[in-house]
Design a protein around this ligand. Sequence first.
Ligand code: NAD
Length: 453
Amino acid sequence: MVDRYATFANSAAGKALVTRLGLPAPTPLRRYSPGDPLVTGPVLVDAAPGGRLGPAVRAILDEAGVPLRDPVAAAVEAGASATPGRLAALIFDATGVTSSERLRTLYDFFHAHARTLLPSGRVIVLGTAPEDCAAPREAVAQRALEGLVRTIGKEFGRGSTAQLVYAAPDAPLESTLRFLLSGRSAYVSGQVVRVGPAVGPAAASSVDWEHPLTGKVALVTGAARGIGAAIARVLARDGARVIALDVPAAGEPLAALANEIRGEALQLDVTAADAPARLAAYLRDRHGRVDVVVHNAGITRDRTLGRMSAAEWDSVLDVNLSSQERINDAILDLLPPGGRLIQVSSMNGIAGNRGQANYATSKAGVIGLVQVLAPALAARGVTVNAVAPGFIETPMTARMPVALREVSRRLNSLSQGGLPVDVAETIAWFASPGSSGVTGNVVRVCGQSLIGA
Ligand code: NAD
């Protein structure tokens, strides 16, 4: 679906009018293509005194070939020059912030560099999860980082994003830094991500970052179209053998997709009574295991609660939540250590939505599933995470009434809708062998939607 307003706003005449009237200005986002460099310019890494992550982060970026700007030179430049050198990303290690008074170091840093970011720039603040802080004053200061980062996401503009990463002392950070810096996270902003110690086998020291899923078997439900098809394509691009599952009625597009990505098409209704057993048998017989499971199949049956039929309630709860629980019961044993379970929730599962009591309930339940399963699966070396998409340009959102669609597109920090590939890239980050410390997270892919939490 073409975003005509964004096309107009980026034309010569449109740019002038949009600026004069103070209208939303959706910057074309930098999205990933194979072979792209991680960033489009130098990256500045600085730290509050006593920070524990700065050297490790610098080493990771150096190894990845990212050009690093010297913090002292950058500070002098920012103070002296009206046009300081442009930066692709600002990374600040705030783990040394042990009291609210020390938050001032973040003001000093971001105040100096706020106007130096290139379009589609990246801001990453690293901290310690408040629940992991030894002292209450440190926990308060670390919690305060959320407000700053979310505000930066709303202020910096021009397609830039801002994230807070709470990192445990021995957290493997590389896959998360790579994702957040690259064009893969184009539509992810204002998020708080927790990276803990590695769950399961640590990734090999030499992850092939272009094809991290080589040799992995991935199942994607609801893969015939929309977001599911994008997930299947991205996981295949990253090297996985993809089993694309959808209902028999979607057999034709499903087969075409499976051909395109050299994967397998599996026609199955996830709500069928025998679906868990059939799926488990398929995976066991063909592959002996499944490394990545993406529960993406989902439906809507919108109506306000007073008018909603029991059938509308039941079908949405069954496809979006209960069937996933039944399938998990049957196939989780087939996930080896290093396995990845990934759920597709929704912004509406966080914020609720008028006319979607069934959908919001099911998608909030999906978040519950992540929270409940994370500790149990960690013991077996398996991670579980969810994405919560906001407004994504799909046939589903193309059918929305025009006024509602326009409002939904603009009401986020990036002033535009996301693409299915943005959800898929976030799922590929969860799926990566390098993401062994990423579990129990719900990450919104919503351009930092202004609606809801
Ligand atoms: P879509 O309707 O385009 O695709 C959903 C796919 O799931 C279809 O191919 C459909 O055949 C399949 N499916 C439905 N019921 C099934 C069943 N019983 N068994 C097997 N397959 C089944 O939807 P989409 O927009 O691509 O959404 C994908 C997921 O993302 C859903 O879980 C949806 O709730 C979620 N989501 C979408 C958006 C958005 O803006 N599009 C926003 C938030 C969340």
